[in-house]
Design a protein around this ligand. Structure first.
Ligand code: SF4
Ligand code: SF4
Length: 413
């Protein structure tokens, strides 16, 4: 079905902050928790294995998903179906020989690697290559902050220009796009040699890739055009500048009154980040991993910052009325009016609420771009986006299982 985007120009959703401080360095973790769903542990890596920064722990079967490395010195204390936990160990206090010498950095720019060989190498170094490795005519690097409240995009273009320049060069050497363009907020002066820059109105949800592509090209879902987030290019450039597997991510940590951008180790626990930033939680506060509009709320302080996470926010009790799972829809229509893809979040959320996932198909659930605006405007405080995500997950799982189920031969018996 042809999409028909509604372009939202709401001044509440500005994405620029004129922020140009270098990123702070996050805490040295005491414990980390790495997500290993879909990964296979490397042979011999198990509970009580001593690990060091950059050590390969688990591999993912897909070329699009970066492998998993330890970001710290430590000992694995638990491996379960979802996570690997590592408790930090001070290497200066460890017995001689417990930790090997760290491997020498790999200079990707001097390695001479290109094309598929380079894609494979960066995957092995922990970088997710799904959108970086798109085979397309035009690749647009999305340099807008992903959501209101997230503030690292502008300093990433200026204060982390080395990583971005290196990431863009590595991207070019992957040879998967004929042209790479950089989409920056209107008025931003950052430029990179050999890369065409276009300025885009920095109002959410223009930072959602589908809408950004329309802003840049004037077309909806044009063939041979794809977009990749600046955060992903930074990750590639980080690996290129350090020569080491990807062990960190950049996040904005924020509350209603304070915020800062940090480079933190993958797997850092939210409890340790709260302590480091002197944010104390009160009863009823909500912790969000991701951004204020689309973030997922966390119920425990031992949840962690996953690879590629871009934000971590604390919403104080009373600041925003809490989302209520059993709150009935009052048919106000606000979510329908704001949805940029003109689908019906009201009905989609109801179908999911009552387990009628199949009904979501007739409401074109696939057109949802996960922007979160429906939940933001819902006066009944229904978890509209969360219901839609649930339906998408269930239907995709159903389709995956259907593909695996052998079809009965016709005409037998
Ligand atoms: S998250 Fe809600 S508002 Fe955004 S595209 Fe999906 S249904 Fe529409
Ligand atoms: S905004 Fe909320 S209450 Fe209003 S129609 Fe949508 S789901 Fe129902």
């Amino acid at each position: 079905m042809k999409q028909y985007f509604r372009m939202i120009k709401d001044p509440r959703f500005r994405l620029v902050y004129n922020e140009h401080r270098p990123f702070g360095t996050g805490p040295a973790p005491k414990r980390i928790r790495l997500n290993r769903e879909g990964f296979s542990m490397v042979a011999g890596v198990k509970k009580k294995t001593m690990v060091y920064p950059g050590m390969l722990l688990a591999e993912h079967p897909s070329l699009e998903k970066g492998d998993l490395h330890s970001p710290i010195y430590g000992m694995i204390t638990e491996v379960n179906a979802r996570s690997v936990f590592v408790d930090a160990v001070d290497p200066s206090q460890a017995e001689p020989g417990v930790f090997p010498d760290l491997p020498a950095p790999v200079d990707l720019l001097k390695s001479g690697q290109e094309g598929e060989e380079l894609v494979h190498t960066v995957k092995k170094m922990g970088v997710n290559t799904r959108s970086l490795g798109c085979r397309t005519k035009t690749l647009i690097v999305n340099a807008l902050n992903p959501e209101p409240g997230v503030r690292w995009a502008e300093p990433m273009l200026t204060e982390s220009a080395d990583e971005i320049r290196t990431g863009l060069e590595l991207q070019r050497r992957m040879h998967r796009a004929e042209e790479i363009m950089l989409a920056v907020p209107t008025g931003c002066s950052a430029r990179f040699a050999g890369i065409k820059t276009v300025e885009v109105d920095p109002t959410y949800p223009n930072s959602v890739n589908e809408l950004l592509i329309k802003e840049v090209t004037g077309e909806e879902a044009p063939p041979d055009v794809a977009a990749v987030g600046l955060h992903n290019v930074w990750s590639l450039g980080r690996t290129g500048t350090t020569g080491l597997p990807l062990m960190e991510t950049v996040i904005t940590i924020g509350t209603a009154t304070e915020w800062a951008n940090y480079i933190v180790k993958n797997g850092s626990l939210v409890g340790e980040l709260l302590e480091f930033t002197n944010i104390s939680l009160k009863s009823g506060d909500t912790i969000l991993r991701g951004g204020p509009l689309c973030g997922e709320s966390l119920d425990r302080l031992d949840r962690s910052i996953t690879k590629g996470a871009y934000g971590f926010f604390v919403v104080n009790a009373g600041e925003v009325p809490p989302i209520e799972g059993d709150s009935p829809c009052i048919n106000c229509g606000a979510c329908i009016q704001i949805c940029p893809t003109r689908i019906d979040p009201r009905m989609l959320s109801r179908y999911a609420e009552f387990g009628k996932y199949n009904m979501s198909r007739k409401e074109n659930f696939r057109l949802c771009i996960d922007c979160g605006l429906c939940g933001y405007v819902c006066i009944a405080r229904r978890p509209v986006l969360q219901y839609i995500r649930l339906a998408v997950k269930r239907l995709e799982e159903e389709e995956r299982l259907a593909r695996l189920t052998p079809v009965e031969p016709v005409g037998k018996g």
